[in-house]
Design a protein. Structure first.
Length: 117
């Protein structure tokens, strides 16, 4: 008799826990969905307010007197932290081991544009 009572109490507790879990789930779920909708709209609004910049590469012909530093002076912008960082990227992109440029040589240089191509 006592074993039956224990089993019945255990079953009732499990059913009550399931009921409370379902109530909790259905009360939190709408709040979560509304929050997701709100944050997705606010994220889209903040993303569209900033100008998007895209990174591109172009090939240039080296002229007499050109150096990596002069190329950085002409082409480096605020997307690179420094002229040295811009020079390092040019060297990495073109597999240059030193700073020597040869007239007539083509180099690939990076640049940023707000226009998507």
């Amino acid at each position: 008799m006592s074993e039956k009572r224990i089993r019945n109490n255990r079953r009732k507790r499990q059913q009550e826990l399931k009921r409370k879990g379902a109530i909790l789930l259905f009360s939190i779920l709408p709040v979560f969905i509304i929050g997701m909708i709100f944050f997705s709209f606010s994220a889209k609004a903040s993303a569209s307010s900033k100008d998007a910049c895209y990174k591109y590469y172009t090939s240039i012909l080296i002229q007499d007197g050109d150096s990596l530093w002069s190329l950085a002076e002409k082409n480096q912008d605020e997307h690179f932290p420094s002229k040295q960082a811009y020079i390092e990227e040019i060297k990495r992109t073109n597999n240059l081991s030193d700073d020597i440029l040869i007239s007539g040589q083509y180099l690939i240089i990076p640049y940023y544009s707000s226009e998507f191509r």
